[in-house]
Design a protein around this ligand. Structure first.
Ligand code: NAD
Length: 288
């Protein structure tokens, strides 16, 4: 499979990341097929893309004609078998190995054998996901940052068996989408989350131990270390369930207690305080 053979990109899991990746792909000229498990989730993803593209038009970054063309390239489905029409799939389902394993097994059965199966996973082993398919050399990590429309980086993660060809195609694809790429080997958390999540976890420990309150911890890191957003606000943006899942994987995958998730994070997730997506995390978004 070469880059020129890629016309339709399938997105499996159309939540906050999947919908954003779909928009980026459509803006880069690809036809996009969004899949999710429920019709209302697919509808929400299509509406999010519509709003996102309209915003770019309002800001003068797209013409009305480009806006129409982009939206005309995006479709939704709740039938996974429709992925048979796609030339490359990017999976963005929840950060749960069992869910992703089942999806990769199904995609391996449904899609043409030459189709690359990429995952937007933040921490799950691509080698392990590749091993559940008959095409491990075509399984790769394509880790977009949140929000995909705004963030410049795509971290490309090579499983132990991923081929050079797959790496080159995905690198070219990310660049066609206007992104800058970095390459990481397949160890828990890869590069970005191996460094980011311990910092977020430490901020949660600082809150848990009463070192500072939410506002002061975030203000300290924003103004004191020149980060655009404090670590607790960033955790709310990522989703506290996703943060916990990545930390668990770092902890188990690397076997070092320095990655142990803060008990306060576990309690927030148990309470359903998942951050922006549920309206409550370290901050209360319903008040705003
Ligand atoms: N949130 C972030 O900041 C961020 C950044 C980079 C990567 N990621 C990764 O992207 C992936 C998705 O994260 P998200 O933040 O978009 O989560 P999300 O909860 O917003 O979206 C996940 C979507 O997957 C759907 N889903 C559930 N079961 C499914 C199944 N069996 N098949 C297909 N879809 C299914 C859900 O309905 C939901 O719409 C995760 O692997 C996560 O680690 C997240």
């Amino acid at each position: 499979m070469t880059m020129t053979a890629i016309h339709t990109i399938g997105i499996v899991g159309s939540g906050q990341m999947g919908s954003g990746i779909g928009q980026v792909a459509a803006q880069a000229g690809f036809s996009v097929l969004l899949y999710d498990i429920a019709g209302e989730v697919v509808d929400r993803a299509l509406a999010t893309i519509e709003r996102g593209v309209a915003r770019l038009t309002e800001r003068g970054k797209l013409t009305a004609e480009e806006q129409r063309a982009i939206l005309g390239r995006v479709r939704g489905t709740i039938t996974l078998a429709d992925m048979r029409e796609t030339d490359l799939v990017i999976e963005a389902a929840p950060e749960d190995y069992e869910i992703k394993k089942a999806i990769f097994q199904e995609l391996d059965r449904i899609t043409r054998p030459e189709v690359i199966l990429a995952s937007n996973t933040s921490s799950i082993s691509l080698t392990q996901l590749g091993a559940v398919t008959k095409r491990p050399e075509k399984v790769i990590g394509m880790h977009f940052m949140n929000p995909p429309v705004v963030m410049q980086l795509v971290e490309i993660v090579r499983g132990l068996v991923t081929s050079d060809e797959t790496l080159q195609v995905v690198d070219a694809l990310a660049k066609k989408m206007g992104k800058t790429t970095i390459f990481a080997k397949d160890y828990a958390g890869f590069i970005v989350n191996r460094i980011l999540l311990p910092m977020i976890n430490e901020a949660i420990y600082a809150l848990y131990e009463g070192v500072g309150n939410v506002e002061d911890i975030d203000q300290g890191m924003k103004l004191g270390t020149n980060q655009p957003m404090g670590p607790l606000a960033l955790a709310d943006l990522i989703g506290l369930d996703t943060c916990l899942a990545v930390l668990e994987r770092l902890h188990h995958g690397l076997g070092d207690d320095k990655y142990r998730p803060c008990p306060l994070l576990r309690n927030y997730v148990a309470a359903g305080y998942l951050g922006r997506k549920t309206g409550r995390g370290f901050y209360d978004y319903k008040k705003a």
